[in-house]
Design a protein around this ligand. Structure first.
Ligand code: 2RA
Length: 336
């Protein structure tokens, strides 16, 4: 396969290179694209160096089978036609097309077959917090329909990209060396020693875009009428997002049945021995593929609800790994 990565220098682009190599995805040829800032840089893939080309409106995508795009929604919108016009399938990590009726929104553990119906040759990769949650909610949905989900998220700097991770490290350095933070560019406030209860822009209903993504994307991926209400929060961990999730099912379900379903679910690792202080934390899930789940218990406020804690690597399953899994599914199931 001829594979392209748009946004090759970013945190997700770099993770895509690692994951394609690790999983031995059948790459016969690789083409890397980036902005004027990253054009000319070289990255190694399986022992060979590849130079980043400037993304332009030309025929550079001729012969490309799969194009992973992770350079922001504006770039995806502007270049979608250029990328797909010669037949490439674009697996897009941005939010540009996620809610379009003619673009499938796919998490392979949940709705892999939706990827086969992509008339625009675009498949959208969902938002990271949504991906992590639906991987865990799907096995529970099979026990009893989930009617409502409440979430508080704990999102690492990695969600805002490689430069934001560097900014967090810089803020801690400035605190140690100079006693105050001077660098605040990527976040709207100081993040070091702080939590920021806003991710992405505010919308007119006073929920953020990140929170509305959790509401809308969950329904589309799970083909469900579930209502999700989230408060998304940036915390000062570097990598891996976590979520506290309360979910109400149509029928009451036991903690034991949830644990059993999660232990058997693809992409999920159950780490749940609270009496011995065993539960998953972002430091444990960083660099790993699965979503880690613990603290499964009854919701004390509602007999039909249970609650759990999950954590997963936002750059891997929350972005690059999910995109590569979609490509793997297409590779084995798509006819043309
Ligand atoms: C964040 N969810 O953590 C976003 C990234 N897609 O900022």
């Amino acid at each position: 396969m001829r594979v392209a990565i748009v946004g090759a220098s970013g945190a997700v682009g770099q993770e895509l290179l690692r994951i394609l190599a690790e999983r031995d995805f059948p790459v016969d040829d690789l083409v890397l694209f980036g902005s004027a800032r990253s054009a000319g840089r070289k990255y190694n893939f399986k022992g060979k160096d590849y130079e980043v080309r400037l993304l332009q409106h030309n025929d550079d995508f001729k012969g490309v089978d799969i194009a992973f795009t992770s350079a922001g929604g504006d770039t995806s919108e502007v270049f979608a036609e250029t990328i797909t016009k010669h037949g490439a399938i674009m697996i897009d990590n941005s939010s540009a097309f996620r809610m379009c009726d003619d673009v499938p929104l796919v998490v392979p553990e949940v709705n892999a077959e939706d990827a086969l119906n992509c008339p625009r040759r675009i498949i959208a990769n969902p938002n990271c917090t949504t991906i992590m949650m639906v991987v865990v909610m799907k096995p529970i949905e099979r026990l009893s329909h989930i009617r409502k989900i409440h979430i508080a998220s704990y999102q690492s700097a990695s969600g805002a990209g490689a430069a934001a991770m560097q900014e967090l490290e810089q803020q801690y350095k400035e605190l140690v060396e100079e006693g105050r933070v001077k660098t605040i560019n990527k976040f709207s406030h100081q993040l070091a020693y702080n939590v920021i209860p806003q991710i992405d822009k505010m919308t007119p209903n006073d929920y953020t875009k990140e929170e509305m993504k959790m509401f809308n994307e969950t329904r589309k991926i799970m083909h469900s009428d579930v209502r999700t209400s989230a408060t998304c929060v940036r915390i000062s961990s570097l990598r891996s997002h976590s979520e506290s999730v309360w979910f109400e099912t149509e029928e009451p379900i036991s903690v034991e049945s949830i644990r059993k379903a999660l232990a058997a679910a693809p992409g999920v690792t159950l780490v749940d021995d609270p009496q011995h202080y065993v539960y998953p934390m972002p430091l444990d899930s960083a660099g790993k593929d699965d979503i880690y789940v613990g603290r499964v218990r009854k919701d004390l406020a509602d007999d039909n609800s249970n609650t759990l804690w999950l954590t997963g690597d936002q750059i891997r399953k929350g972005a690059a790994l999910n995109a590569v899994q979609i490509a793997e599914y297409l590779n084995t199931h798509r006819k043309d």
